[in-house]
Design a protein around this ligand. Structure first.
Ligand SMILES: [Ca+2]
Length: 85
């Protein structure tokens, strides 16, 4: 299920992920691809502006959300040698 979220900056994004067991790590928008939009969503989740399931936005699988994981998702999105767990 996707939900439109309006951020204080006026940036519109979509999400959150439902957190189903088949969720793709890093794919917060559940569109089947990991993109910069997913990183933005993970960053918003890290600072408490949006919910995001840990199995999607916790890029290191340590049970927490942080801006570092948003960066990892962005690095993955641009093709860097980064693994999302
Ligand atoms: Ca996505």
């Amino acid at each position: 299920m996707h939900k439109t979220k309006y951020l204080p900056s006026g940036v519109e994004t979509v999400g959150p992920a439902t957190g189903c067991p088949l969720a793709m790590p890093g794919d917060a928008t559940e569109d089947g691809a990991v993109t910069a939009t997913d990183a933005l969503y993970a960053l918003n989740a890290a600072v408490g502006l949006a919910p995001c399931a840990l199995d999607v936005c916790d890029a290191s699988a340590d049970g927490t959300l942080s801006a570092v994981y948003a960066l990892r998702i962005l690095q993955f999105a641009i093709g860097a040698d980064v693994e999302l767990l």
